[in-house]
Design a protein around this ligand. Structure first.
Ligand code: GUN
Length: 292
């Protein structure tokens, strides 16, 4: 069994991005500039956005954090999105989700200009990705593809089972892995909350991707001997044992599943660190105008 070290892979890629930024700046180009809009004070969102800003600095990007209180109106938020769409200094930006319930998330996502949508959430980017056209691909699926690629895990002809059908992970990764590409060329099955006898299907997977947000959902008897297991779960639960007071829990019961796997991603330190790196890569692509 080999552990897929997302933390180390992410650190390697950040060095690669930093070298590319240095070259751009040496050639007289401006540094890529990422902006992030954060609404309210959700603990998880605060941590994610703080890490995004920190990693921008680490690779030599400019970054701008724009904060609103929970009571911001949809109109005010949309006005800020428009301002960022037209600000030539900003190459890409994200609106951290979730948003408060009085704001229509889809409306905000659709207001972001596809050329600056480095989260890859806009219908235009999702549509282009589905068609195999150049597009900003959302960070978590892109990070999973990068891990499979860097670890040279064979995907062609394999049966990949995805648990979860969210717009930001389950659905896009199922499409990417079924595409005629490398990594890709998988036979993909998507399971979700209405799938009867999930274990019967997951135990047929050569590659199992768990993206449901249910801690410890995948048990050893649901996994085939020698499978590749990718755990996307990052449920934050209170813990007396950590400095932050929280501990991240994956969707896979790691201790009992790991011995059966050929490869497995741990939580933390697997897919998580790769998502920010994917966002940085998209911002670099936006800065170089390589997609649009
Ligand atoms: N909330 C959870 N994951 C993400 C993400 O990748 N991007 C944004 N904008 N919000 C999130």
């Amino acid at each position: 069994m080999q552990i897929i070290d997302g933390k180390q892979t992410a650190a390697d890629i950040k060095l690669e991005i930093a070298a590319m930024v240095k070259k751009m700046v040496d050639e007289g180009c401006k540094r890529p500039h990422l902006a992030a809009i954060l609404v309210g004070h959700d603990g998880g969102s605060e941590t994610y956005v703080a890490n995004k800003v920190k990693d921008c600095a680490a690779v030599g990007f400019e970054s701008t954090l724009i904060r609103f209180e929970d009571n911001v109106t949809e109109k005010e938020l949309l006005a800020k999105v428009q301002e960022l769409n037209t600000n030539p200094d900003i190459d890409g930006f994200i609106v951290q989700l979730p948003l408060p319930s009085h704001i229509n998330e889809s409306k905000v996502i659709e207001a972001v200009s596809p050329e600056k949508d480095v989260d890859g959430f806009h219908p235009v980017n999702l549509g282009r990705m589905v068609l195999g056209m150049p597009a900003f691909v959302s960070a978590t699926p892109a990070g999973i593809i990068e891990l499979l690629d860097r670890y040279k895990i064979e995907t062609s002809g394999k049966h990949c089972v995805v648990i979860g059908r969210s717009n930001i992970v389950g659905r896009p990764i199922s499409i990417l892995l079924s595409q005629k590409a490398s990594p890709g060329n998988c036979t993909v099955t998507v399971c979700h909350s209405r799938t009867p006898d999930i274990g019967k299907i997951t135990s047929q997977a050569d590659i199992l991707i768990a993206a449901i947000g249910s801690p410890g959902f995948v048990k050893a008897d649901m996994v085939k001997e020698g499978a590749v297991v990718i755990d996307v779960g990052t449920t934050r639960l209170p813990s007396a044992l950590t400095k932050s007071g929280f501990k991240l829990h994956g969707d896979v019961l790691y201790d009992e599943v790991a011995p059966k796997c050929s490869y497995i991603t741990p939580v933390p330190g697997g897919v998580g660190p790769m998502t920010i790196v994917s966002l940085l890569k998209n911002t670099l692509l936006a800065g170089r105008k390589e997609i649009y």
